[in-house]
Ligand binder design. Structure first.
Ligand code: PLP
Length: 365
């Protein structure tokens, strides 16, 4: 028998696999239920742009060929959308891969990434997979970013600061002024990644990453087609950064990392901003509905700039489990600060109603 555990590098055995939101089919199988509602992974319930879906016909013609290695035509559309040069962009199989590529290029085992807590667990998972680590820095009591804490935690070993804005799982947003003051005080040798996975949903004042990149050479922004664009299954995201940064990443990027379907669909999706406006408006209605219903139940929630929100329910794990039995999949993040919360993605009107009714039942309200 091969002893695989003896063959891995030191530290791998300390890691555990990422646990995604439970897929609908899995719960159907387990409980023998139908009509399950999944509000666990911040997916877009209204679907993708019709133009993007129609473009799949193009893909079918070329299914036997390798994808375009550098996602040229997709990058061309992204460049036009952001008004940057095509050489400022690299595409990846989701933001996941972009984070991994950044880490592979710049993170070493004696340097670390740093991020506010709670935030996206993949910042740590992917760093640890590369024998590095992620240092977590507590947010304020209301879960807003504490830039003072972050600056105090930075040292000469800090290579990345990962800032999701709006943040997952809290839904909070930081302003342009607080971000600029932070950037002014940070060394230009520390790389700042603005993860703007939910930026389409944000309202009010927030940093304009693309224009700030002209002043702060160490700043970069990451976007995804998985959330507002409704293309989570296609796996596509991109990074806008300094040209030298992009060119270094290209040295370690797998040659065909973005599949043809993703390239073709996303190039159409980004041109269809009417679809995004529509999705954002519908999301806002759903959000207001859930705010109101949750208030009526006397529960606290964290105001959100995204398509999901944290609701304080008491015993978060128990409510999560009880909701599953009602056929509603939400997310329990746990940990010291989130043990009393569940995170729910905003769904269609119908899904939101099912969620609220199940929540009432579970909480005996
Ligand atoms: C969902 C999400 C992403 C997107 O990941 P993809 O790999 O592009 O699907 C990135 N960052 C955060 C904070 C997210 O919640």
């Amino acid at each position: 028998m091969t002893d695989y555990k003896s063959l891995v590098w030191d530290g791998l055995l300390d890691l555990s696999a990422y646990v995604p939101g439970k897929p609908v089919k899995e719960l159907e199988r387990e409980l023998g239920l139908k009509n399950i509602v999944k509000l666990a992974s911040n997916e877009n319930p209204y679907g993708a742009s019709k133009k993007a879906v129609d473009a799949l016909k193009e893909y079918e013609k070329d299914i036997t060929r390798y994808p375009i290695g550098d996602s040229f035509y997709l990058r061309q559309e992204i460049a036009a959308f952001h008004n940057v040069d095509i050489d400022n962009i690299v595409c990846g199989a989701g933001s996941d891969e972009i984070i991994q590529l950044l880490y592979m290029a710049f993170l070493t085992s004696d340097t670390h990434a740093l991020a506010p807590s709670p935030s996206f667990s993949e910042y740590e998972l992917l760093a640890r997979g590369l024998k590095s680590s992620c240092k977590w820095v507590e947010t304020n009591d209301d879960f807003t970013t504490n830039f003072e804490n972050i600056l105090n935690a930075v040292n000469e070993k800090t290579r990345f600061i990962m800032l999701a804005n709006p943040n997952n799982p809290t839904g909070t947003l930081f302003s342009s002024a607080e971000f600029i003051s932070f950037m002014d005080r940070l060394s230009s040798q520390v790389l700042v990644v603005l993860d703007e996975a939910y930026i389409e949903f944000a309202e009010g004042d927030y940093p304009d990453a693309i224009s700030l990149m002209k002043k702060y050479n160490n700043l970069m922004t990451m976007r995804t087609f998985s959330k507002a664009y409704g293309l989570a299954s296609i796996r596509c995201g991109y990074l806008v950064a300094d040209k030298e940064c992009i060119s270094l990443i290209n040295r370690i990027r797998p040659p065909f990392n973005v599949n043809s379907a993703a390239q073709i669909m996303c190039a159409e999706a980004i041109k269809d901003q009417d679809h995004i406006k529509n999705v954002v408006a519908l999301n806002k209605q759903g959000k207001e509905y859930i705010y109101n219903e949750v208030k009526k139940l006397g529960l606290e929630y964290v105001a959100t700039h995204t398509n999901f929100m944290l609701i304080k329910v008491g015993n978060g794990k128990k409510v999560f489990d009880d909701m599953l039995k009602e056929g509603v999949i939400v997310r329990f993040l746990g940990g010291d600060r989130l043990k009393e919360y569940i995170r729910v993605s905003i769904g269609t009107d119908k899904e939101n109603e099912v969620f609220i009714n199940a929540l009432k039942k579970v909480l005996n309200k």
